[in-house]
Design a protein around this ligand. Structure first.
Ligand code: ADQ
Length: 465
């Protein structure tokens, strides 16, 4: 049987029992268990001397292969080109995009290193599935070494419009690398269109449309490949069951008691400038200013564990949010009510599921997001009898599917405040209708479908004329 080899910057926690394992880890693990295989990536450790062979850990039919990075590689590849160049650029934030040839070379060097360290572990019949913007050049590196296996790539971020992408000095080389795969997957049709436009207008390639939802065949840089939208999703049924079981858990009870009958608006995001948190805090401030009846009756809880703390832009946004929440709390708090509860920490999936269930509104307002799984998780965790309302940014990939949410423009702070007011006063019947419409989507498009669609497309490669 064909083995699957998954390559991602980080591998999921090897202890599968860990509740922190997210949707992606669950999907990849289930695919790997089905076919047996390898999960290859960075160990998360930074070391003084260049790494030797990957460390192998066996878990049934699955092998984890992890590699340490040197400080220089970590700075140039991870903090540098991946998170200070590609991440902001792919999220349409040209102003935050730093480019240097030094970090770009570091990125290419680590991709070549990953390919060299992976190569001895590969069999000729393997299928290789590479994840995310950190590792775009992997396939090209492997092909240069003579590997002819089927290789697929999935991009977890948005794919930017070509007008944005061409600001990257090495965009041509990066896109040539992307076309070394047999299958390239994006979250949405919008991302796919941006990619097709790049291929057509910038790379002078050919596009063949396979019909609605079936992707396009791309001919460019001397290669032929399938590019398609594969919207990632969640393990809907098990999350719904988890939320049900967490409905009366101790933490959920404690949260409910602390609210003393007030409504809760919840936000859960990695602390990242793409998530629109300053605008979101402002929108809540605006809600209290514009609709004073909410004062003392509605609280907003934002859970935002810090991420990428070595990158200066992430330190800056943290400071900004501390000031903003302090400002709103100073302006409106009463001796028995605090408007914003702002928490820089992580919770288990079960605790979050319980928190989602008691929240009247799930507020998900990224300025750009590939998909945004929190939006889907919030819906799946609701009580069908008394569901809350999802307020969702039009710039999250999830908005393409969850059209029964209240869709907002996160830059329009007053508009978001209006949507919050509408959500808070929405009649039960309308809440149920919207919930059922969104759940319909999540039941048919869950994480297993994402995995099967992608692996199925890769199995069908190559896409010869
Ligand atoms: P992220 O930018 O990390 O993912 P998201 O899709 O929302 O964003 O996934 C975050 C995950 O972490 C969710 O499962 C969420 O429940 C969990 N999480 C967040 N805060 C947490 C906390 N405090 N405690 C515990 N768990 C927490 C990237 C892209 C997205 C894309 C995903 C998957 O940026 O656009 O949807 O990958 O492809």
């Amino acid at each position: 049987m064909t083995r699957l080899v998954v390559v991602s910057n980080r591998v999921a926690p090897i202890d599968e029992g860990k509740q922190a394992a997210g949707g992606l880890a669950v999907a990849v693990l289930s695919a790997l268990k089905k076919s047996g295989g390898i999960w290859f990536g960075w160990s998360g450790e930074v070391v003084a001397t260049p790494p030797g062979d990957p460390e192998l850990t066996e878990a049934g039919r699955l092998t984890y292969a992890t590699l340490h990075l040197t400080r220089r590689d970590f700075e140039e590849y991870y903090n540098g080109f991946a998170n200070s160049t590609l991440w902001p650029l792919f999220h349409y934030r040209l102003g935050l995009t730093n480019f240097s040839r030094r970090t770009c070379e570091g990125y290419e060097r680590v991709n070549a290193l990953f390919a060299r360290k992976l190569a001895p572990l590969l069999h000729s019949e393997d299928m290789i599935w590479v994840h995310d913007y950190h590792l775009i050049p992997m396939a090209e590196e492997l092909r240069l070494m003579g590997h002819g296996q089927r290789m697929g790539f999935f991009l977890h971020t948005p794919f930017p419009s070509p007008e944005i992408l061409v600001a990257l000095p090495n965009h041509g080389k990066l896109m040539r690398g992307l076309c070394a795969y047999d299958v390239v997957g994006f979250h949405t049709e919008v991302d796919l269109r941006c990619f097709a436009n790049y291929i057509h207008y910038e790379a002078g390639g050919r596009i063949e449309d396979r019909g609605p939802g079936r992707g396009i065949i791309v001919e460019a840089y001397g290669r032929r490949l399938l590019a398609r939208a594969f919207p990632i999703s969640i393990d809907t049924d098990s999350l719904t069951a988890l939320a049900q079981s967490a409905a009366n858990a101790r933490q959920t009870e404690r949260l409910r008691e602390s609210l003393v009958g007030r409504d809760l608006i919840i936000g859960v995001d990695r602390l990242d400038y793409s998530k629109g948190l300053p605008q979101r805090f402002e929108a809540f401030h605006c809600l209290l200013e514009t609709y004073p009846a909410n004062r003392g009756h509605v609280s907003f809880m934002q859970i935002a564990p810090p991420s990428r703390t070595d990158v200066p832009e992430y330190q800056a946004i943290r400071k900004e949010l501390e000031a903003s929440s302090g400002h709103t709390n100073g302006r409106f708090a009463e001796f028995d009510w605090v408007p914003i509860r702002y928490l820089n920490k992580s919770f288990t999936r079960r605790t979050l599921a319980g928190f989602f269930r008691v929240s009247r509104i799930g507020l998900v307002t990224p300025l750009r997001d590939g998909m945004n799984l929190v939006a889907k998780e919030y819906v799946a965790c609701q009580d069908p009898e008394d569901p809350g309302v999802l307020v969702l940014s039009r710039f999250a990939g999830a908005a393409q599917e969850l059209s029964a949410a209240l869709i907002v423009n996160p830059y329009d702070v007053e508009g978001v405040a209006e949507a919050l007011q509408r959500g808070l006063s929405m009649p039960l019947e309308e809440r149920r209708e919207r919930y059922h419409a969104n759940m319909e989507v999540l039941r048919t498009h869950d994480i297993a479908k994402w995995r099967d669609d992608f692996v199925g497309s890769l199995t069908a490669a190559p896409y010869d004329a």
